[in-house]
Design a protein around this ligand. Structure first.
Ligand SMILES: O=C(O)c1cc2cc(O)c(O)cc2[nH]1
Ligand SMILES: [Cu+2]
Length: 571
């Protein structure tokens, strides 16, 4: 249990040392010696050391959590178990809807399997073993109840008792009529400009997260859509090594590994559910963009959809599109990586988009082809060692954007190629979701995964249990989602388990070699049988015909033979 930080603020000398003890045990491999040494110092030096340590590096970056869990009380206790009082429960002490039988506060389980060799800084990044560095107790909901306080329903279920099924249908955005297009764009713009009702984001490092002077905590409200952008940024951000030491890569909780599929799946579900709640419409569904159309034209970059190209600046959106008024968050990546600051709700530049405009890189001036999807759907294994961007014969690596077979670091296809084709905000990993095209690009990528699941009928054993890059193991709680949700929970068929389905026509399934051989053999056998049957039919008919004039009759009836002879001569 993370030590209660409250004791520090009460100035209790023992607590400062035990706090450092807590840090020492948590900071495996970071500052154990220095921390242990300082524990021996008189209390009055303790604060200096904590500040010094945090200033030095200790990456205690807070993430995003339910508003009720960002009070001093919650932060101090390590427990995030909000209740349903007063809206859904009459009991002010309710936790997780326990008074209504919806759930209970319980310890969080974390993945303990080894991760791959890509990340070598164990102990330095607080996203490790997510979310145990911040909270080790959260709501565990019963049955079909769901959410950070068990106040909502599992995806696919609605109603006060979560006993009514609801499946949202994700359609090709080009199939939406004008009114449906208008409503979708209006919903996205409303999400961009409505404060998230439940979640806030941290704006300071650990040492300053509680402002003792103002007696407040440093978290900020953020809009529903900007929260969607922020979670993607947080999952790809590098490990801050401390002032003057910059940041280290080799860590990405949502790309270049099996979690690419499951992480982005939950990312979309979270946005779709947030907009369903915003509109009070459980059947609202995110549409998709089939980007596997080849050529160099963005067929949905029109003003009645995702925005045409501006006539004034070919890298900006037309002023006729509402998306031209959107402003980007999380774009100060140099600051984040050098100063150790973190993205907040501050908005900056307009969306930049210049489809097929990257003349320096001809390969990304064309969209993926339909057969790229057809071939991708035929790859037999979900992922293959080393479960990274150089995995071959891996469905996940193929759909993510590295063609199956021999890895070539400069070749891009499918999802990655679609990002780079946008050639602007949508092609930079830390800010790409700022361009709403990101949503449609990823719903299509998710649709391909759902079709692959259906065709290959796999179970979770195909998802790697260990040795995937950090954050990508089967049982890992995906960073930074809350309530904790594992990759494994997203490795299921969407219509039956997650409350949405795709309306899509897939390229006809090309037959496998064995299937073709089988069909050829069977058809040859059928042909032989037909010929044989035909021949024997002809033969037997001839035989019957001949038998009708056989000597047998003549023998038994000699008169008959004479008549026949006479008749023949007469003709
Ligand atoms: O260069 C790539 O392959 C590339 C860029 C990019 C941006 C993005 O937001 C992604 O999610 C993936 C990606 N890949
Ligand atoms: Cu992406």
């Amino acid at each position: 249990m993370p030590l209660a930080l409250e004791q520090l603020w009460t100035g209790n000398p023992d607590s400062c040392h035990s706090f450092l003890l807590e840090i020492a045990t948590r900071s495996v491999g970071t500052y154990p010696v220095a921390t242990w040494f300082t524990i021996m110092l008189p209390y009055k030096y303790c604060w200096f050391y904590i500040t010094f340590m945090v200033f030095l590096h200790y990456d205690l970056v807070f993430a995003q959590f339910p508003r009720q869990c960002t009070t001093q009380q919650a932060l101090l206790s390590g427990e995030c178990c909000p209740g349903l009082f007063p809206l859904q429960s009459p009991d002010p002490n309710d936790q997780c809807g326990s008074t209504l039988g919806r759930g209970q506060c319980a310890p969080i389980t974390i993945d303990s399997h080894p991760h791959g060799p890509q990340y070598q800084l164990d102990g330095q990044d607080d996203r490790e073993q997510w979310p145990i560095r911040y909270f080790n107790r959260a709501c565990r909901c019963n049955g079909r109840f769901y959410g950070y306080n068990c106040g909502s329903c599992k995806p696919g279920w609605v109603g006060d008792n979560c006993d009514q099924q609801s499946v949202a249908v994700r359609r090709n955005i080009l199939d939406l009529n004008q009114e449906e297009r208008r409503r979708f764009i209006e919903a996205m713009d409303l999400a961009k400009n409505t404060i998230h009702p439940d979640f806030v984001v941290a704006t300071r490092h650990f040492a300053e997260i509680i402002d003792p002077v103002q007696n407040t905590t440093n978290f900020e409200n953020i809009s529903i859509y900007d929260f969607f952008v922020w979670t993607h940024y947080y999952s790809v951000s590098k490990t801050f090594l401390g002032q003057g030491q910059g940041s280290a890569g080799g860590i990405d909780f949502s790309h270049e590994g099996p979690a690419f599929i499951t992480w982005h799946r939950y990312h979309l579900i979270q946005l779709e559910r947030d907009i369903q709640a915003l509109l009070q419409n459980p059947s609202f569904a995110l549409p998709y963009w089939n980007f596997a159309i080849g050529g160099n034209q963005c067929d949905i970059c029109t003003d009645d959809l995702m925005g045409a190209r501006s006539n004034f600046d070919s890298t900006l959106l037309s002023p006729n599109s509402v998306f031209s008024q959107w402003r980007v968050v999380c774009e100060n990546v140099e600051d984040y990586e050098s100063l150790g600051t973190i993205c907040n709700n501050t908005r900056g530049s307009p969306i930049r988009r210049n489809p097929a405009g990257n003349t320096a890189r001809p390969m990304v001036q064309r969209l993926p082809e339909p057969e790229d999807v057809a071939l991708c759907l035929e790859v037999g294994l979900f992922d293959t060692p080393p479960f990274f961007s150089n995995s071959s014969e891996s469905f996940r690596n193929t759909v993510e954007g590295h063609p199956s077979g021999q890895y070539d670091p400069i070749v891009r296809s499918l999802h990655n190629l679609a990002h780079l084709f946008l050639n602007g905000t949508g092609g930079q990993t830390h800010i790409s979701p700022n361009d709403p095209m990101f949503v449609l690009l990823h719903t299509f990528t998710d649709a391909v995964f759902d079709e692959w699941l259906r065709r290959h009928n796999v179970d979770s054993s195909q998802y790697p249990l260990e040795n995937a890059p950090i954050g990508h193991n089967r049982q890992y709680n995906m960073v930074p989602f809350w309530p904790p949700v594992t990759n494994n929970e997203m490795f299921v068929s969407a219509p039956e388990n997650l409350g949405y389905a795709y309306e899509v026509q897939w390229p006809s399934q090309t037959l496998s070699i064995t299937e073709m051989i089988t069909i050829a053999v069977v058809s040859a056998l059928v042909l032989v049988a037909i010929i044989f049957a035909g021949t024997s039919c002809i033969v037997s008919r001839r035989r019957r015909k001949n038998e009708a004039f056989q000597p047998l009759l003549a023998e038994s009836y000699p008169r008959y033979a004479e008549d026949r002879e006479e008749n023949t001569q007469a003709v």
